[in-house]
Design a protein around this ligand. Structure first.
Ligand SMILES: Cc1cc2nc3c(=O)[nH]c(=O)nc-3n(C[C@H](O)[C@H](O)[C@H](O)COP(=O)(O)OP(=O)(O)OC[C@H]3O[C@@H](n4cnc5c(N)ncnc54)[C@H](O)[C@@H]3O)c2cc1C
Length: 288
């Protein structure tokens, strides 16, 4: 059997932390795969005015994102537009799966940011039992069924449309402004989902004033909880637990940026991305 290409480092997430790590790893001439969105994180673009980033006295999020994209392009960095759905320690290397394929890396840097929308109670407990974060991976399981799709960003509407093409009925719960997604089998539901109820599987999505009986619930988020992405990962208060060198409890796995905890700031994300990249280089060196 043909051997699979193995990257030195796989970076998961194309925000400030991921970019900072990618720029540093490039200087070391390593073979890097960078997963995320080529437009870079929506969070960079959304900031109205940034006043506390050194060297840029007062800059809009749009202008900041454009400058970062330009820097990445000039450095010859390109983002592979795929979302990681799982990271697995394989003993000696890490495997990163996406909706389309799986990749192997000797080291991985998680730079996935945080989801600003609060989780519904029971989201983690029912994961894999009626709750999913991945339309492509699990959509087919709900062909002809009734589902709720909780969507936190306009960028995820394409995934919602894919689910609507499979399910008989979709309760669509947009948690962002000006949703534009529509299909004949889709009913919009306003408000914040509070909890998930069910016996063995998720059966109901509960709001303050309403309950939706469903066969499944999809949470289409910009960042899924780190523990749901990486089995066996140590977390603290929902953030990835890291040492000063941004290493996690799993060999070869590092994390940087908002996903490691507060404060949620560009400068911290850039600094941690840089530290994680250096630590990954040291780790690879130690492997020989
Ligand atoms: C409106 C707003 C204004 C802000 N203003 C400021 C400010 O003025 N000053 C300041 O310092 N900070 C500010 N911040 C905070 C700042 O945006 C964050 O601290 C910073 O973006 C964190 O960078 P990050 O790379 O850790 O995460 P993010 O920017 O969140 O980037 C993570 C990226 O990874 C992607 N991702 C997640 N999971 C996966 C996966 N499984 N596979 C592939 N990709 C994935 C996400 O979609 C995202 O694109 C602001 C934030 C907001 C929302």
């Amino acid at each position: 059997m043909e051997e699979k290409e193995r990257y030195d480092v796989i970076i998961v997430g194309a925000g400030m932390a991921g970019l900072s790590a990618a720029l540093t790893l490039r200087l070391h001439g390593l073979k890097v795969l960078w997963l995320g969105t080529p437009l870079l994180s929506e969070k960079i673009r959304r900031a109205e005015k940034i006043e506390n980033y050194p060297g840029l006295p007062s800059v809009s999020g749009e202008a900041f994102a454009a400058a970062l994209r330009d820097q990445a392009e000039r450095a010859g960095l390109s983002v592979t537009p795929q979302t990681a759905t799982g990271v697995y320690a394989m003993g000696g290397y890490l495997s990163v799966s996406t909706e389309k394929e799986s990749f192997e890396g000797r080291a991985v840097i998680l730079a996935t940011g945080v989801e600003s929308v609060k989780s519904a109670a029971g989201e983690e407990a029912f994961l894999g039992r009626g709750v999913s974060y991945c339309a492509t991976c699990d959509g087919a399981l709900y062909r002809g069924k009734t589902i709720a799709v909780v969507c936190t960003s306009k960028e995820k509407e394409g995934e919602a449309a894919f689910l609507a093409s499979l399910a008989a009925k979709v309760y669509f719960v947009p948690l962002y402004k000006d949703p534009s997604f529509a299909a004949p089998n889709v009913e919009y539901v306003g408000g914040m989902p509070l909890k998930i109820e069910g016996k063995r599987r998720a059966e109901k999505l509960v709001f303050k004033d309403r309950e939706l009986p469903v066969d499944g619930i999809f949470f289409l988020k910009s960042a899924r909880p780190p523990a749901a992405l990486v089995g066996g990962l140590k977390t603290e208060g929902g953030h990835v637990a890291v040492g000063r060198d941004m290493s996690t409890n799993l060999k070869g796995l590092f994390a940087a940026g908002d996903c490691t905890g507060r404060p949620y700031q560009y400068a911290k994300a850039a600094g941690e991305g840089n530290v994680a990249a250096h630590a990954a280089v040291e780790y690879l060196r130690s492997l020989g």
